[in-house]
Design a protein around this ligand. Structure first.
Ligand SMILES: Nc1nc2c(c(=O)[nH]1)N[C@H]1C(S)=C(S)[C@@H](COP(=O)(O)OP(=O)(O)OC[C@H]3O[C@@H](n4cnc5c(=O)[nH]c(N)nc54)[C@H](O)[C@@H]3O)O[C@H]1N2
Ligand SMILES: Nc1nc2c(c(=O)[nH]1)N[C@H]1C(S)=C(S)[C@@H](COP(=O)(O)OP(=O)(O)OC[C@H]3O[C@@H](n4cnc5c(=O)[nH]c(N)nc54)[C@H](O)[C@@H]3O)O[C@H]1N2
Ligand code: SF4
Ligand SMILES: [Mo]
Length: 693
């Protein structure tokens, strides 16, 4: 059988792998590709288990009693499922206008599908109502990078550069669990004597191997960054020449950091002054130096300003744009980077263009063959859209592609209620996810190994996802479904279901934009191990490293932005005395729709565990393995306790790969990016009396 070279379906590292269809099963093997160099994590190794999984959706599903979501889902043909969908769309739009039909997309979609979804909503539905799960993932760091550097490419350098840095500050990231093969670059740096400083309320596997571990109270990273900059200024570590030549706005930032003297920052964060001084000394003297952030720093109601505070520090030290140096945010989802470039964001058009920019509208409308005035304006951000589902001015018919919002959105009980108030819910998925279980129509979609497309990894490297085998007979790709629905809505001439044709159109739509793919071809991707955007023409080499010569801002300089510490939206009190933070376990992926169905992974980690410190456990009579109930102002969740002296005694950590954690989380939104506060809310904990087996 033919062997196909492709990439892992899960995270943004996009490890290389090969697939060889055979009887009875597809053989999956690691492949030497620049990011993974032959490594894979347990999720990658077992990804092919889902191709022929017995739970797989093989036909569309509709309700036995149409309109009654309490009646069971039954199998149906495509024509029936799409007719019901089209009728629901038309009925809502006639009664409530175009914006009453919306879509929720995902950062796991290929570039082609993300692009087609954005276009489908604007051109076929003529609606402004679209956003996606990247709002819950990358939006804070993306907003800060756009504001400060003029462009948001998660890592503005190849991953291999991390191995060459002599000091790395890693804030709220746990790549040892989230991207295990990427640790080879950190390990190589450490073996060569590099100093790594990890900032995390838990002693993670990433922190355990670092030179220094700073353990702040969740939600205080901004104060910490300003405190580090305060020390850098006092100790004369600011690169004054770089600041003068390559940046603007340092004066205001310098003045603001006066108030972040070490004793005050120690009081806010709990990080000892000596550790802060050592961190600054290492970043200033062990060069090249890097600062990396991920969701621990970013998923806060001040996430944009927090990412900015670390950008300010990187700029003041003169790191950004120098070899093997700089600031980067570690993108999460398989196509988390491409997914935020091609127009599935409420405020965006392809090429990372803004939908409120007349020149951008004119360019994209010309590629799409429509009048720019036909294009809707910006829509509501993810949570704001979900929060209004089924209300008079909200979305009444929702299409969900590649997200399991019933589990992964904050304040999930409210989101489930809102989904229940919709006139009609359509979910495209591989399995009956918790969100699919709430739908009127469920559409079975092809899996990664069954379709062609491109993905853009955490480095901004555009890759090819290749088809190794056909989808099951009655399963369609998302591109086919969108093109068919558009045809039923009378807009079929604008849509293609051929991924190559869609990619070529995407290249033209992105041309001249910030994320310019114009020069990237399928052939080049293969010949060059991926191509880094921007790549404006076929004779352009692509851009592995940004900012060597300047910044894509109007002045060509990077902007400092003054940012101030604010308390998290919810603080512990007598009723809810602890801070809950949430995140990832190595064995499971996101809402768990996929990995909870992989036997090897559920054997390794069958259920969620709330991590708590032994001191906290003792106070509440909790032993390791006991069931505990966590309660917040919004809901409750029961899970087993895992005692660990690596976590702060005032903090509880819970994974969100199962329903539960998001019943607790606070949907307080960051004013700049609309990122919810997944990483801080106030909770109470009790031993769960029923069944402490
Ligand atoms: N195994 C696995 N890997 C994944 C994923 C997955 O679901 N499972 N998802 C992928 C995706 S989409 C993403 S976005 C990435 C995310 O990758 P990461 O951001 O590395 O993962 P998280 O576990 O969300 O958060 C990282 C760390 O932040 C810490 N943290 C919590 N609160 C705070 C805080 O206030 N400040 C600081 N400094 N740290 C804090 C947590 O203890 C945690 O160890 O992972 C990707 N890789
Ligand atoms: N409490 C808490 N909540 C969080 C986070 C956190 O740290 N804490 N992290 C947030 C982050 S960073 C993220 S990225 C989100 C992720 O959360 P979700 O958006 O829920 O992510 P997934 O579980 O990957 O959902 C993808 C769904 O689409 C299906 N799918 C996969 N590929 C395709 C495809 O090509 N087409 C279609 N139609 N379906 C497909 C999968 O089976 C799965 O059901 O969760 C966020 N929620
Ligand atoms: S690290 Fe990410 S891309 Fe690599 S095998 Fe694991 S899940 Fe897949
Ligand atoms: Mo994410």
């Amino acid at each position: 059988m033919k062997t196909t070279e492709t990439h892992c379906p899960y995270c943004a590292l996009q490890c290389g792998m090969t697939l060889t269809p055979g009887l009875p099963r597809v053989r999956l093997e690691p492949r030497d590709f620049p990011v993974n160099r032959g490594g894979l994590c347990a999720k990658g190794y077992t990804a092919a288990d889902l191709l022929d999984h017995p739970d797989r959706l093989l036909t569309p599903l509709v309700r036995k009693e149409p309109g009654d979501r309490r009646s069971p889902l039954r199998e149906a043909g495509w024509d029936e499922a799409l007719s019901l969908t089209t009728k629901a769309i038309q009925a809502a739009q006639q009664s409530y206008g175009p914006d009453s039909v919306g879509a929720f997309g995902g950062g796991g979609l290929t570039n082609e599908k993300a692009y087609a979804l954005g276009k489908f909503v604007r051109v076929a539905l003529r609606s402004s109502s679209i956003d996606y799960n990247g709002r819950f993932c990358m939006s804070a760091a993306a907003t800060a990078a756009n504001r400060s550097l003029g462009v948001d490419r998660g890592l503005p350098f190849p991953l291999e550069d991390v191995a060459r840095a002599r000091s790395v500050l890693i804030v709220g990231a746990n790549p040892a669990d989230a991207m295990p093969p990427s640790m080879q670059y950190l390990d190589a740096g450490r073996a060569a004597g590099a100093r790594h400083i990890v900032v995390d309320p838990r002693r993670t596997a990433t922190a355990a191997g670092a030179h220094l571990h700073l353990q702040p109270l969740p939600g205080t990273d901004l104060a910490l960054a300003n405190g580090l900059l305060h020390i850098a200024i006092r100790e004369g570590y600011v690169d004054e020449v770089y600041v003068a030549e390559r940046t603007t706005g340092f004066g205001a930032v310098r003045a603001a950091t006066n108030a972040y003297w070490p004793e005050r920052v120690e009081r806010i964060t709990g990080v000892p002054e000596a550790q802060m001084r050592e961190t600054v000394r290492l970043l200033a003297t062990e060069r090249p130096a890097m600062i990396l952030t991920a969701r621990g720093a970013e998923q806060h109601s001040n996430g944009t300003d927090t990412a900015q505070a670390y950008l300010n520090l990187a700029l003041a030290l003169g790191l950004v744009g120098r070899p093997f140096s700089g600031y980067g945010t570690i993108t999460g989802q398989g196509n988390g980077q491409g997914g935020r470039e091609h127009g599935q964001k409420a405020d965006q058009l392809p090429g990372y263009r803004r939908i409120d920019d007349p020149a951008a509208r004119a360019h994209v409308a010309a590629v799409w063959g429509i009048d720019p005035d036909e294009l809707p304006g910006p829509g509501r951000s993810a949570y704001e859209m979900l929060d209004r589902l089924g209300t008079p001015d909200g979305v009444r018919v929702l299409l969900v592609l590649a997200s399991n919002i019933a589990v992964s959105a904050p304040h999930s009980n409210r989101v489930a209620d809102r989904l229940g108030d919709l006139d009609f819910l359509v979910v495209s998925d591989i399995f009956r996810s918790e969100t699919a279980e709430l739908a009127d129509v469920v559409l079975p979609t092809a899996q990664w190994a069954e379709e062609e497309g491109t993905m853009t990894n955490l480095e901004g490297r555009v890759l090819r996802r290749k088809r190794a085998l056909p989808p099951p007979p009655d399963v369609r790709t998302d591109l086919e479904v969108l093109a068919e629905l558009a045809a039923r809505l009378g807009r079929g001439e604008f849509f293609s279901s051929d991924p190559r044709a869609v990619f070529d159109e995407l290249r033209r739509a992105s041309a001249g934009g910030i994320a310019d793919y114009a020069g990237i071809t399928w052939q080049r991707i293969e010949a060059e191990n991926g191509v880094f955007w921007p790549c404006p023409s076929e004779d352009h080499p692509g851009t592995p490293r940004l900012f060597a010569d300047g910044f894509p801002t109007p002045s060509g300089k990077a902007r400092f932005v003054r940012v101030e510490h604010r308390d998290p939206a919810e603080l512990p009190d007598r009723q809810f005395p602890y801070v809950l933070t949430t995140g990832r376990n190595m064995q499971h992926y996101q809402s768990g729709t996929q990995t909870r169905r992989v036997k090897a992974l559920t054997v390794a980690l069958p259920e969620p565990r709330a991590e708590i410190h032994p001191d906290l456990a003792r106070r509440h009579g909790i032993a390791d393995g006991d069931l505990v109930e966590l309660r917040s102002r919004r809901g409750a969740a029961v899970m087993r306790a895992r005692l660990s002296d690596g976590i702060r005694p005032d903090t509880v950590f819970a994974p969100f790969h199962w329903p539960g954690a998001n019943a607790l989380t606070n949907p307080a939104l960051d004013p700049h990016s609309r990122m919810p506060a997944f990483k801080v809310c106030a909770v109470a904990i009790t031993r769960h009396e029923k069944g402490t087996d």
